[in-house]
Design a protein around this ligand. Structure first.
Ligand code: TZP
Ligand code: MG
Length: 201
């Protein structure tokens, strides 16, 4: 996990989410802290990015904890991401405070409209396409789901679910501000991250 995270960051990825649906809280915290140490350690070691690093490397990387506001604080992350079955946005905000980021997942237009009225810093919409990375995913929303979401909120819109180097351009053209990716970043972490950023840059 740490080697993969390091490759992504070196390639220029600026936001990482720690997501773990199976481990105990203690293990999650330990792993999440290890990711943070990697990022912070590199920041303090290098100061300015080294010549072989992408300009955004390390110093601009945001760390987001999935699901758990308590672990966001314990691991000193920059924000928490909640879904429809987690703490409500208001409750998560109460835990993490006003300075940290709060992300909120949505899966249909009604949820996007509600999310727009919360204090969430960004709204995720998905799954855009079929995904094998989530248990019991909601129905796919497609590019049309992104267009509809774009009409319903001016908050930063993150598209998620089945997004690849092949389809990411279309996802942005449909109105997303950014993409969240698992599968298509795993096999060749550095190479695929660079390709995503080149396509989207
Ligand atoms: N929420 C909606 S789809 C998804 C999550 C967490 C998984 C996205 O992973 P992949 O492999 O990029 O489809
Ligand atoms: Mg969740």
């Amino acid at each position: 996990m740490l080697a993969t995270a390091e490759e992504w960051v070196k390639a220029g990825v600026t936001l990482l989410q720690y997501r773990n649906k199976v481990a105990d809280a203690g293990v999650m915290l330990e792993q999440a802290r290890a990711v943070r140490s990697l990022i912070v350690g590199q920041q303090s070691r290098t100061g300015a990015p080294a010549p072989d690093q992408h300009p955004a490397s390390y110093s601009d990387v945001k760390l987001i904890m999935n699901d758990r506001a308590d672990l966001c604080l314990a691991a000193e992350y920059d924000g928490v991401h909640v879904g429809q079955d987690d703490l409500s946005p208001e409750s998560a905000r109460r835990v993490v405070g006003v300075s940290r980021w709060l992300g909120l997942s949505t899966h249909n237009p009604e949820q996007v409209s509600v999310a727009d009225q919360t204090s969430a810093n960004y709204v995720a919409i998905g799954p855009v396409f079929a995904t094998g990375s989530k248990a019991n995913p909601d129905p796919v929303v497609g590019l049309e789901g992104i267009r509809r979401a774009r009409e319903l909120t001016r908050k930063p819109l993150v598209a998620i679910g089945g997004i690849t180097r092949q389809n990411c351009q279309a996802v942005i053209e449909a109105g997303a501000d950014s993409v969240a990716v698992i599968s298509d970043l795993i096999r060749e972490p550095g190479k695929s991250a660079e390709e995503f950023l080149r396509i989207l840059g």
